[in-house]
Design a protein around this ligand. Sequence first.
Ligand SMILES: *[C@@H]1O[C@H](CO)[C@@H](O)[C@H](O)[C@H]1NC(C)=O
Ligand SMILES: *[C@@H]1O[C@H](CO)[C@@H](O)[C@H](O)[C@H]1NC(C)=O
Ligand SMILES: *[C@@H]1O[C@H](CO)[C@@H](O)[C@H](O)[C@H]1NC(C)=O
Ligand SMILES: *[C@@H]1O[C@H](CO)[C@@H](O)[C@H](O)[C@H]1NC(C)=O
Ligand SMILES: *[C@@H]1O[C@H](CO)[C@@H](O)[C@H](O)[C@H]1NC(C)=O
Ligand SMILES: *[C@@H]1O[C@H](CO)[C@@H](O)[C@H](O)[C@H]1NC(C)=O
Ligand SMILES: *[C@@H]1O[C@H](CO)[C@@H](O)[C@H](O)[C@H]1NC(C)=O
Ligand SMILES: *[C@@H]1O[C@H](CO)[C@@H](O)[C@H](O)[C@H]1NC(C)=O
Ligand SMILES: *[C@@H]1O[C@H](CO)[C@@H](O)[C@H](O)[C@H]1NC(C)=O
Ligand SMILES: *[C@@H]1O[C@H](CO)[C@@H](O)[C@H](O)[C@H]1NC(C)=O
Ligand SMILES: [Cu+2]
Length: 769
Amino acid sequence: MKTSQSLGILALFAQVRTSSTSARSTEVIQTQNALTVSSNVGSPDDSSKNALVNAPGCSGLLSSNNKRIQSSGGTEFAVTCNSDLPEEMGKIWSGNSVSLADCIERCENTTSCTAATFKEQARTNSTNCLLQAVLIGRAINPAPRNGSSLAYKTADTKCSALLAQGGRVQLPERRDYTLQCKTDVIPETALRSTYMGSMNECLIACDTEEGCAAISYRELDQRCTLASADKAVRFVSSNATDVAYLTALDITKPLEKEVTGSWGRTIDFPVIPVAVALLPNSQKLLAWSADYEDDYTITYNNTEQIHSFRRDGHLYTTCHGREGSQYSSLSFLRLLLGATISVLGNMFCPGITLDAMGRMIVSGGSTDKPVSVYDADIGNWTAASPMHIGRGYQSSVLTSNGDVFVLGGSWSGPNVTKYGEIYDTRADTWTELPGCPTAPMQTQDKKGIYRSDNHAWLFGWKDGSIFQAGPSKAMNWFYANGSGSYSPAGLRGDAEDSMCGNAVMYDVGKILTAGGSPSYDNTVGHYAAHLVSLPSAANGSVDVSRAPDMVYPRVQANSVVLPTGEVFVTGGQAFSDIFTDYQAIYYSEMFDPRTKSFRLLDAMQPIPRTYHSVAILLPDGTVFTGGGGLCGPCRWNHLDGSIYEPPYLFKGNEYAKRPFITRTGTDESTTALSFTAGAEVTITVSPPVYSQAGHTFAIVRAGSATHSTDTDQRRVPLRPISQAPNGSDVQYTVQLPSDYGTLPAGWYMLFALDDDVPSLATWIRVALP
Ligand SMILES: *[C@@H]1O[C@H](CO)[C@@H](O)[C@H](O)[C@H]1NC(C)=O
Ligand SMILES: *[C@@H]1O[C@H](CO)[C@@H](O)[C@H](O)[C@H]1NC(C)=O
Ligand SMILES: *[C@@H]1O[C@H](CO)[C@@H](O)[C@H](O)[C@H]1NC(C)=O
Ligand SMILES: *[C@@H]1O[C@H](CO)[C@@H](O)[C@H](O)[C@H]1NC(C)=O
Ligand SMILES: *[C@@H]1O[C@H](CO)[C@@H](O)[C@H](O)[C@H]1NC(C)=O
Ligand SMILES: *[C@@H]1O[C@H](CO)[C@@H](O)[C@H](O)[C@H]1NC(C)=O
Ligand SMILES: *[C@@H]1O[C@H](CO)[C@@H](O)[C@H](O)[C@H]1NC(C)=O
Ligand SMILES: *[C@@H]1O[C@H](CO)[C@@H](O)[C@H](O)[C@H]1NC(C)=O
Ligand SMILES: *[C@@H]1O[C@H](CO)[C@@H](O)[C@H](O)[C@H]1NC(C)=O
Ligand SMILES: *[C@@H]1O[C@H](CO)[C@@H](O)[C@H](O)[C@H]1NC(C)=O
Ligand SMILES: [Cu+2]
């Protein structure tokens, strides 16, 4: 029975191939349920012959060569019968519908909806219509499901748009395909042709078919041609089709690391690195994860259960380092501390700030008032004075005075207004700031205050001021003197609330904001990015402009400023499904401060990094990303991290020659150098022969990251004011900015840049006077 059905379909395809495409439009019919169904063939499906019973709303479409319908509102949907998507993926609504057509119309009427599933066999079920927000053109990967019809908006990212995004078609957990528009495979290599609702489905068909290495896809009628891996595969130009071929085929010049960067190996961690910070004046990264109200076990491999996390009242800290200055070799130096939570508090989902001495001040979290300090000199955590107001998911930032300002954090602690507090790190005292309320900085979150005052984008600025750039669409200045005060700084352009988005100061007073979503959970990620320029004085007017969108929408992503001023945007998901990896974005992108736009980095991330993941710049110019999950006994826990080597480290596929800082300052005996704001710093660079136009320099403040928030990182470019030969080296003099708003105290990585190739960093400390 199946065979005859298949033959019928093949015959049908043959007919279409010979018919002209213009004939198709004449066959558009108006159905009773107000859907326009484009279909070449009217022969109804004989359901009894098929093991899967096609839902009536779908059957006519299934047997046609064109599985597209147009809703009454004119939106085009592709239909896959007997299919669905994981129910929780991007779910925005479910309820009862009378028909597939009705369900589709609801999707059209619902903001962010891109896919509608109608469960024919559960017609009376109150949840037979499911609306989802899925990233079209990438994540549609339906599973067979008897009696369900899946309809989704057809990709508006057609070939040329995909090409602009880097020319790869990304299908998670499948092989990687390179895209070439307006091209067809030659007939000799075609294995077979079929009809698929989207290029992605065509690729999936190829991916699961032995011998298939390339497809050509014709948008016009959804013809999908599978082609063989024959090395002789040659493509011909074509107006109507686009091809995608296994990247490994190497048909065109492969993309080089100089363009894509490169992901290194993945390193196992004894904890989920949900919070990380650089240890000052070292090559070490501290990662921690505290006891959470979950019982779960993790296996590294099938034979052994290595880590078993239970509510044992302990905080787990792990310290990873690199040996010597070899950035390609990462050693796994593990230091596991079992500090008791009863003493220190449970630092899960806290605020983090590196202070002027480089000590890490970790406030609140699962236990809401305790404050812990990690001092690298001691190599352990100590307890500090608790906050007055219990908080979790608040943000925390260092002011120009060297104090730590915290704001918000209703996720944890008592149900009170979480106005600001300021911490004097030397006196170990907290002062309440009722004049710094959260009302002006709240988002309009679906879950209310519990979420709306979370993860503020805080920046210490001049004269003790604190600038709050988001995630609310409103921006504000806060002042921590007296009992506190604030003044509105206007809207962030046309931005929406952008919870769990990113904000990075990539140059003096210049902030890139990107991504986020209107609510913390269950909302679509934004593509939008904005550029926020701070005034040269506190409380001046703030300039905002809209940057071109990111390539992907992202929420729960991380952004890291590089020594060049580029911002590496990595991970996240298209829809905020916290505690899942649904719709994870596997490709990173780079913001270029010169063109003020993003470019896709065509190197696929080895592990999805979504909620509870982190990213941080390392002193060798690479980026660490890790973590994600902490969702209890679930499949999204990632006890690992990876290192990304950005394009600037490569020339072609080889490592670029890096400049080398031989000495910072003039006193050779000084290892840990300390400067005050405005100081002149001499930097000796060797050898100078690589330099085309002389070196430039940048300092990047040591970062700390959790929950897509890093209020510590900041880049300050330094241009030489003089230079002189020093033996075979060149000694440059730079001047640090003269105020602690531009240059908050603490530890900075100093990079020399030779045509944008960074040196390994040397550390300098900016000390308060
Ligand atoms: C699909 O559902 C129909 C009707 O309930 C049933 O007859 C058929 O066996 C089912 N097929 C599969 C593969 O489950
Ligand atoms: C969709 O919106 C239109 C226009 O507001 C309305 O007439 C129609 O009833 C809505 N359909 C559904 C299924 O909600
Ligand atoms: C209704 O649909 C939901 C979700 O698919 C399912 O869990 C439930 O069992 C269904 N109920 C009935 C009565 O079919
Ligand atoms: C593509 O379209 C252009 C413009 O309509 C036409 O001149 C050209 O011949 C077409 N090429 C092919 C291969 O069909
Ligand atoms: C599993 O992990 C243990 C501990 O790291 C190791 O000794 C063992 O060889 C691993 N087994 C496999 C099959 O990888
Ligand atoms: C670290 O500090 C905690 C609590 O202060 C203490 O229990 C633990 O023994 C210390 N660990 C080390 C290695 O010093
Ligand atoms: C917190 O306060 C708000 C406003 O009074 C109230 O609506 C809410 O129920 C309170 N929540 C809890 C957990 O007490
Ligand atoms: C706080 O500082 C601001 C800005 O310098 C100033 O305008 C304000 O008067 C100060 N407030 C108090 C209470 O000192
Ligand atoms: C900041 O500027 C606004 C408007 O220019 C003014 O109303 C407010 O008082 C100023 N606040 C401080 C602390 O200077
Ligand atoms: C190089 O610079 C160092 C530090 O400023 C200085 O002591 C030394 O004399 C210089 N050497 C030469 C050859 O200029
Ligand atoms: Cu969290």
